[in-house]
Design a protein around this ligand. Structure first.
Ligand code: 13P
Ligand code: SF4
Length: 319
């Protein structure tokens, strides 16, 4: 604990010295989330992280999350220095959508509007017409559908099929998935609901369809926390990365949060309810990053100039 307190003091000092601000996601270590809030940074979902980083006057953004979040921050603010505690923190959705294959897929379907999830590389965003996050993807696809557009969606098949079902849009889906949310199990969730009949079920839409089908509320991480605060019950079952529970408990004190069931033990489940890449962010590598100013995110400016259009379409729509 003394070591931890020292690290926190060191990070606070370095953030001031480097004129830096910390932008964190709800899935990272609770200490990092608290630190972001205590130092005037933010802890939020992907949409808000993008907006916050873009609008903040700091010269340096330190993104505690995964690589696509750092890249989005850099694309929106090419003049800022964007650092990450560990540059190898990636995402299975990003990994599962290599730009060459994705480009070939788009080229084979030129009649479709290309909508990609935020959890993709800068190069994939550069090939897209729109980028969306989980908090606004449904509204944007509904809007495009109302204009008679046919959609090519990538990479998350679960989020894509949820949006397709809700909007009735014509969507051709890339077959990617999140290795964390893919582990949530519908049958076991149904049994857990029987055990806690008063509980409301909060589900992130990267989860499989049979889990989403049991939800009382489906939405982004920020929307899930807001629902935990506002819904009139004292028990929730939560189907998303368990890093969110720290903020949920703080936002809705006195309420009870139960993790939704996953596939099983650590031998069969590589990442039961906690993202291995989000877990690569810690106090120590954050302090070292600020000290050395290494671990900088770079995006090819030509790629960034194309990618920013798809990101800005979403931000303008959200405004
Ligand atoms: P949110 O935008 O809902 O926070 O989701 C980001 C993410 O990576 C979820 O796995
Ligand atoms: Fe990617 Fe899933 Fe990790 Fe989110 S939780 S960063 S979608 S692997």
């Amino acid at each position: 604990p003394a070591e931890k307190a020292e690290l926190i003091t060191r990070i606070k000092r370095l953030l001031i010295e480097r004129e830096a601000v910390l932008v964190a996601h709800y899935y990272v270590d609770a200490d990092l989330q608290d630190l972001a809030e205590a130092t005037g940074g933010c802890v939020s979902d992907s949409l808000e992280m993008a907006r916050f980083g873009r609008d903040h006057p700091a010269k340096t953004l330190v993104v505690a999350g995964v690589r696509f979040m750092g890249e989005t921050a850099k694309i929106l603010s090419p003049e800022k220095t964007v650092l990450m505690p560990d540059l190898d923190a990636t995402c299975s959705l990003d990994l599962g959508c290599p730009v060459d294959e994705f480009t070939a897929f788009c080229d084979a379907h030129p009649d479709r509007t290309v909508v990609v999830y935020a959890n993709t590389s800068a190069a994939v965003k550069a090939r897209a017409d729109w980028m969306v996050t989980s908090s606004i993807g449904l509204d944007i696809v509904a809007h495009l559908h109302a204009q008679g557009k046919k959609i090519l969606w990538a990479p998350d098949k679960h989020l894509g099929s949820y949006i397709q079902k809700e909007t009735g849009a014509d969507m051709l889906l890339w077959q990617g998935s999140c290795l964390v949310h893919d582990e949530f199990k519908g049958i076991e969730l149904d049994l857990l609901k029987e055990e806690y009949p008063q509980a409301k079920v909060l589900v992130h839409p990267e989860s499989p369809a049979n889990v989403v089908a049991l939800a009382d509320m489906v939405g982004s991480t920020s929307q899930m926390i807001a629902a935990a605060q506002s819904m009139d019950t004292d028990t929730f079952i939560v189907a998303t990365d368990n890093g969110i529970l720290h903020k949920m408990r703080a936002a809705a004190p006195g309420k009870r949060f139960i993790e939704a069931p996953t596939a099983g033990n650590s031998a069969t489940c590589k990442s039961c309810a906690h993202c291995p890449w989000m877990a690569m962010n810690g106090l120590l590598n954050l302090a070292q990053t600020l000290e050395s100013m290494h671990n900088e995110i770079h995006v090819d400016p030509a790629v960034g100039q194309l990618a920013v259009r798809s990101i800005n379409r979403m931000l303008d729509f959200a405004a």
